[in-house]
Design a protein around this ligand. Structure first.
Ligand SMILES: Cc1ncc(COP(=O)(O)O)c(C=O)c1O
Length: 465
């Protein structure tokens, strides 16, 4: 690349917020500025981000789960560089690429399901939401039915099909009529599911084994029974593992925590990218795949232009290779147990904490109105007359400003903070996080105190905005 271009690019540093205000999303910029999150990160490495002053931050957000291997993993980069330097043919279309075949082979091995329901086929796409759109189409085509069931609080993406399976009104409202034939069931409620399946007109039940927005985990035995109910009603079970898959919960796929569960379709994306190139994969069985692609004429009846592109496949292959070599899944299970145990203990001593929940390295804290202290109750009520969701913000902000830990409130109109650390995180960084949590949980109990006065002001400001 010409050095002119590189020096021009270097000279643009610092313009990002101005450019975003002008051309991308000014309200987002305003929000970042309001909560003081308008840092200028200039580098990412492993578990850390660095701002322009060289300050180091612990990344507990990982780009919403993308950087499972940390940022800029050198071995994934190596394979990308190798592919770039080889002048590969790429996206020939009337050809089969080696790289996508290898990714499919690796992915299907890790589903650990063979036999009649074996998950041995993969469809590649470019994002999480596209995996859900694919699952909807595959299920409808295979079963010849059209209703799709989803859970309350579910999040499956924001394109029109996946948005029709969103369990929060906040995301659905204002976008007109969504896809017909979808119905919500209560999460973890088998009676609700059985009733919804009663008419045997359901193509699929789509569920996140660990919900991304609430960190709620399916109850023991729930998924196996849900699968039995689905099979009885001729509906497919779709596991949305876009966020909770690929080692995040301490298993390759979260459904594997319950050995009797054999989903018909598994959706995955995010971490598969290695944090480098967007990619999504839908893993399913030959019967389903063969009913969609049922003749030579229809051999690409569901497809996309960029799926299976060499860079995405190289990133996925590198990611799976590193996960295998570095035993990332076992590590996530072990570190998950370590941090959850300690965070649960911290939560027990804070009257605002309703529950610490999750699995592996996907965990969160749900906050509630305290039960005993009148003073704490009154403070909670005052804050919530102004704006719901600000309490969680009260922890997220000092986590960044005082402790240099990046997190985010998990959902809209909820009081849940979710943590998605890199799966390569070690005890030392988890202790950094735990000691920060101990302090912020103590600070919110000090009333009156700085934290409360700052946030009452913030909530009032948000109301005016
Ligand atoms: C469980 C789940 N499904 C689907 C999606 C949509 O993925 P994407 O944002 O890549 O479209 C997400 C995104 O956060 C998710 O968490």
């Amino acid at each position: 690349m010409s050095s002119d271009f590189l020096s021009w690019l270097e000279a643009q540093q610092g313009r990002q917020y101005e450019l975003h205000s002008e051309h991308i999303n000014p309200v987002f910029v305003k929000m970042l500025r309001t909560i003081g999150f308008d840092k200028q990160y200039v580098r990412g490495e492993g578990c850390y981000l660095y701002d322009r002053h060289g300050e180091r931050y612990l990344d507990m957000l990982t780009g919403w789960g993308v950087f499972a291997l940390g940022r800029n993993h050198p071995r994934v980069r190596e394979i990308l560089e190798h592919v770039l330097s080889r002048e590969m043919p790429n996206l020939v279309r009337m050809d089969c690429s080696l790289l996508s075949g290898l990714v499919a082979e690796k992915l299907t091995r890790h589903t650990e399901l063979d036999g009649a329901n074996g998950l041995s086929r993969v469809f590649f796409c470019n994002s999480g939401t596209e995996t859900i759109e694919t699952a909807i189409k595959f299920a409808r085509c295979h079963t010849g039915k059209s209703r799709i069931l989803y859970c309350d609080h579910a999040f499956h993406g924001l394109t029109t099909g996946s948005l029709s399976l969103n369990g929060a009104e906040f995301f659905r409202e204002r976008f007109g009529e969504l896809m017909p034939g979808t119905s919500a069931v209560r999460f973890n409620d088998l009676v609700s599911l059985e009733q919804a399946l009663h008419r045997k007109d359901v193509a699929a039940f789509v569920i996140e084994p660990v919900q991304g927005k609430s960190c709620e985990v399916v109850k023991e035995g729930y998924l196996a029974e849900a699968q039995r109910l689905c099979r009885r009603a001729g509906a497919l079970l779709v596991a949305d593992e876009v966020q909770c898959g690929l080692g995040r919960t301490g298993k390759w796929f979260a459904y594997q925590h319950w050995p009797e569960v054999e989903p018909d379709i598994v959706c995955t994306a995010k971490a598969l990218s290695g944090g480098y190139v967007p990619v999504g994969a839908v893993i399913t069985n030959p019967k389903i795949m063969d009913s969609v692609f049922n003749s030579m004429e229809r051999c690409v009846v569901h497809s996309n232009t960029f799926g299976q592109n060499d860079l995405a496949m190289a990133a996925a292959l590198g990611t799976l290779h590193v996960m295998e070599q570095e035993r990332i899944v076992e590590r996530a299970a072990c570190m998950g147990r370590y941090v959850m145990e300690r965070l649960t203990a911290l939560g027990e001593s804070c009257p605002f904490v309703s529950e610490v929940r999750g699995r592996g390295l996907m965990f969160g804290i749900d906050f509630k109105r305290p039960e005993n202290s009148l003073r704490l109750k009154a403070a909670w009520d005052t804050l919530h007359t102004l704006n719901f969701g600000v309490f969680s913000q009260m922890l997220v902000m000092p986590l960044l400003h005082r402790h240099r830990i990046l997190t985010q409130v998990a959902g809209y109109h909820t009081e849940v903070i979710k943590f998605l650390p890199p799966l390569i995180i070690g005890k030392e960084d988890l202790d950094w996080f735990l000691s920060a949590m101990e302090q912020v949980l103590a600070d919110v109990q000090r009333i009156p105190g700085n934290v409360w006065s700052t946030f009452t002001g913030l909530a009032k400001g948000a109301l005016r905005a």
